[in-house]
Design a protein around this ligand. Structure first.
Ligand code: EMZ
Length: 386
């Protein structure tokens, strides 16, 4: 199997019954696997809620490592919409040309560095610094903060060989608390300060609410962006003609980004807590149990996508759910899309080809299903375009 091939472990279950089951810390999850059911249930926030106990809609569940409610992620409509309206303009800044120019400089510098290095381990030596540096733009904080975030590793709640890591999570919480205190004392134009001065229901956001938005911003776009970047590079390595194509037809880069998100689905699934006895795919689900919306499976549903297991760089119709769907669609999507677009055009501009030396796959264990989601590490060589 090619390194950039990501098999679909859900196909049979999706066709046979439409759902799968996994245990997760004794709080089982019924996974919805079909595109149609995933979209329908994502839309139905009354029966399938996000505003449950903090951490419970995440799979693996984070109830044992945090009490801070992530905002707007763990809030249901209509209040969800009020929070969302506060943060949305800030998260749309990546559409501004000046923002894109800064991001472009960051990525260009990093690509120059790795071209000159010879062999590079992409996860830790490229994708992690790229994600962390880009985050300084999203937060509008000093570039030097990225060094601290890089030292935390690829996932802020997980460490190697451990699903959830309370000690590691505390490093993030303490850091965010300190930053909030700093912004209270010396307000500036960074994200903490902007949130602290935001109006919500006739008052300012509380520190705990600001923390909820910040934890989401750090955690939600971490391993997801890192996997999207790394996996895309593995594809370019094994399909050298694609770099050539981006040079000749730069107008397809936007479509290619969507296709990578569909195919790699960096976030496998997101949970919901069921509020009343109900049914999914003719299967009874009890109130207060968990379901999940399996984006990764929906994105390979052959009733929606022709040749779902192939990357078609300029796929014309691509209603993927890689960034979720409906009310809770990904807040960071604008930022993530810009990172990937600029990355693809920068690589096309500077790199002739990429060679994979070796790599170790990262396989998610979902009981019934084992899913390749990225790499623990992958060594590659970038050859300069002359
Ligand atoms: C949560 C989640 C958000 C969770 C859109 O996803 O991302 C996960 O990586 C975090 O662990 O806490 O933020």
């Amino acid at each position: 199997m090619k390194k950039s091939e990501f098999p679909d472990p859900f196909e049979k279950a999706r066709l046979d019954k439409g759902y799968g089951k996994m245990n997760d810390q004794d709080d089982p999850v019924t996974m919805l696997l079909r595109h149609k059911d995933v979209r329908k249930s994502a839309h139905n926030y009354k029966t399938f809620q996000s505003g449950a106990q903090p951490g419970r809609i995440v799979v693996p569940s984070e109830v044992n490592i945090r009490d801070t409610r992530q905002i707007p992620f763990e809030v249901d409509p209509p209040v969800h919409g009020e929070y969302r309206a506060i943060v949305e303009p800030w998260f749309k800044r990546p559409l501004q040309p000046e923002y894109q120019e800064k991001l472009s400089v960051q990525i260009s510098n990093l690509v120059d560095e790795i071209i000159n290095k010879g062999t590079v381990e992409v996860v830790n030596g490229f994708a992690l610094p790229l994600q962390s540096r880009a985050l300084t733009l999203l937060l509008n904080t000093p570039f030097s903060e990225a060094e601290t975030w890089i030292s935390w590793g690829t996932h802020v709640f997980r460490s190697e060989g451990e699903a959830l890591d309370g000690d590691k999570a505390n490093i993030l919480y303490n850091y965010i608390d300190e930053q909030i205190e700093r912004a209270v004392k010396e307000p500036g134009d960074d994200m903490y300060s902007v949130l602290l001065s935001s109006d919500f229901q006739g008052r300012k956001l509380t520190k705990e609410e600001v923390k909820g938005v910040m934890v989401l911003t750090f955690a939600g776009g971490r391993d997801t962006v890192i996997n999207a970047v790394t996996n895309s590079i593995s594809y370019l390595a094994e399909h050298p003609e694609s770099l050539e194509r981006f040079r000749k037809e730069p107008e397809i880069i936007g479509k290619a980004v969507e296709e990578f998100i569909r195919y790699f689905s960096p976030l496998t699934q997101m949970g919901r807590v069921v509020t009343e006895d109900t049914q999914v795919c003719e299967h009874a689900i009890k109130a207060d149990s968990r379901i999940s919306l399996c984006w990764a499976s929906a994105n390979r549903d052959a009733s929606v996508f022709e040749n779902p297991n192939e990357i078609v760089l300029d796929r014309k119709i691509n209603p993927h759910v890689g960034f979720g769907f409906s009310h809770h669609n990904c807040l960071g999507a604008t930022h993530a899309r810009q990172i990937l677009k600029i990355l693809l055009s920068t690589l096309a501009e500077k790199v002739a080809n990429i060679e994979i030396v070796d790599g170790k796959e990262n396989i998610e264990d979902l009981d019934e299903f084992k899913r390749k989601v990225g790499f623990d590490q992958i060594n590659v060589k970038f050859k300069k375009l002359t």
